[in-house]
Structure formats: C-alpha cells, structure tokens
Ligand binder design. Structure first.
Ligand code: ZN
Length: 281
C-alpha cells in the first residue's frame, strides 16, 4: 500500500490517501499519518476498504505533503556507503555514526528547499528512509524488520560549513526544509528486500549519485538494533539510512546547490521527490 499525506483545493487540512498509479483515493481516516501508523493493526482493513470503495482523483490534482510531518525522532547515519566514505576522506567507522535532524526540518516532497542566510554551502544526500511501525527497545537485528512500517525517499540536505563547525553534525543537518521526504510511504510488505533498491540523485537533470542499497555498510536491521539499544523507537520515527557517493562537497571543484537548481531524488519502487532550491526570504 502507498499511503500519502495530502491536501487539496488550496486547503491546509491534511488527509490520508492511498496512491494507485496516477490516482489518489481518500481513506477517510480522521487523524495524522502518525496516528494511523500507531493504530495500524486496528485500522488497516478499514483504510483498504475505504480506498477500494472511493472514487479517486488524479494524483496531480492534490498537494502531497511530507508523509510524516512531525515525527517523534529523526535519526540519520553518517558514512554508511563505501564510496561515500572514500570521497569524504574519512576513516571507515567501526561503530555506527549517528546524528539527529530537527523535526522542523521536515519538508514536503515537492516543496522548495531553502538556502538560509549566511549558510550557502547546501548539499544533497539521497537516502532510503525507514519509518518505524511497532514500538520497541533492544530490538535484535533478526527481529528488526517487524518494527518497520514502511519506506520512503529522503534527502538529507546538509549545510557543510555548519556541519563541520563543531564535533557533531546536527546543526548543519537541521535547517528548515532540509529533510524533504516522500512522495508517500510504501508499506514494508511491498518491499521484500530493502537492501536491493537502486537509489539516485540528479541536479538539473545531471546524475550526481547512483548506487544501490545493497551497498549499505551497516544494514537497516543493524541500524535499528543499535539505535534501540539506546532508546525506545516509536511509531513514525524516521531513520535516514545513509547516502552513497557523489555529493557536491566531494566534487572537484566543489559544487553546492544554488537558487533555481532542481534536485531530484529517486529510489526504485518508492518513487521520486523533486524540489527547486530557493533563497530564504
Ligand atoms: Zn546523510
């Protein structure tokens, strides 16, 4: 099932729809995607029935929002594809390297990404994002898939100067609009192997990143085991699972995103998110 958060007719009211091809059908669910994920066992049949009975509208006629707009947590792993470690000229980590992104950095899949004042070194990082379904602490890797609700495409947008201004990266990862996700959640049952998906990013039509999630250094199950060793993972929490090589900061000369650039992030079976870069007002 492909579950989208959307609004229509210029309204800010959020609704939950099911995407089938180029059609979106409202589920009638009264609540946010976070609510739906938390109540999934009780609600999934009703949601599927509502969508089956509904009329449906062209997907292009609605405004897609970030599928989860206020996740309880956003964790992201650094240096998790071999080619990205090499281009970063950093040591391959023996332990997982984690940072947070602020909740307020969440952005819609097609909304502009802002280049903030005095923070011009903005870069893209396409990433597979796992969305937690079932709450858990100390989740072993071999049970981790049971805790994943679904997947979507993410862009771990990063301001490189702020990222490296101190020993941890979170501020440079947390600017407003710097966590676009979407275009919708594809539930885990539709993705039998999340470690076998082509993943790519292009800027103005030029391919910059191109890899496959089989290249992850620490796989998603190891990531969930590690994070849940520290804290309870809850429904709707987001895990950005790392970016492959090809980021702008590693190009020669370095290339950062500028206003007007169009950034497209795509993952096999999950769809694409695409945004125009814009200067912060
Ligand atoms: Zn990243």
């Amino acid at each position: 099932m492909k579950l989208a958060t959307y609004s229509d007719n210029g309204s800010d009211i959020r609704k939950i729809g099911i995407v089938q091809g180029e059609t979106l059908t409202d589920t009638g669910f009264a609540g946010t995607m976070l609510d739906l994920i938390a109540q999934w066992d009780a609600q999934s049949d009703a949601v599927a029935r509502a969508a089956g009975a509904g009329q449906g509208v062209p997907l292009s006629s609605v405004r897609l929002r970030a599928p989860v707009e206020r996740p309880g947590k956003i964790w992201a792993i650094g240096l998790n594809y071999a080619d990205h470690i090499e281009e970063s000229k950093m040591e391959a980590p023996t332990r997982q390297v984690w940072f947070t992104k602020a909740q307020t950095s969440i952005n819609g899949p097609h909304d502009p990404i802002l280049i903030a004042r005095d923070a011009p070194f903005v870069d893209y990082e396409v990433e597979l994002v796992a969305i937690i379904g079932k709450r858990g602490k100390h989740i072993p890797a071999d049970k981790a898939s049971e805790h994943v609700f679904g997947y979507c495409v993410g862009n771990d947008v990063t301001e490189r100067m702020w990222q490296h201004a101190g020993p941890q990266w979170s501020l440079g990862k947390s600017f407003d609009t710097h966590a676009p996700i979407g275009p919708w959640i594809t539930t885990a049952d539709e993705i039998p192997d999340p470690h076998a998906l082509d993943i790519s990013c292009s800027v103005n039509g030029q391919k910059r990143q191109s890899s496959n999630t089989e290249q992850l250094v620490f796989d998603i199950w190891q990531q969930i085991e590690h994070l849940s060793g520290a804290m309870t993972l809850e429904p709707g929490d987001l895990i950005f699972t790392g970016t492959p090589g090809g980021v702008g900061a590693a190009m020669d000369p370095r290339q950062f995103l500028k206003a007007g650039d169009v950034v497209r992030c795509e993952i096999e079976r999950l769809g694409a998110i695409e945004a125009i870069m814009a200067a912060e007002a």
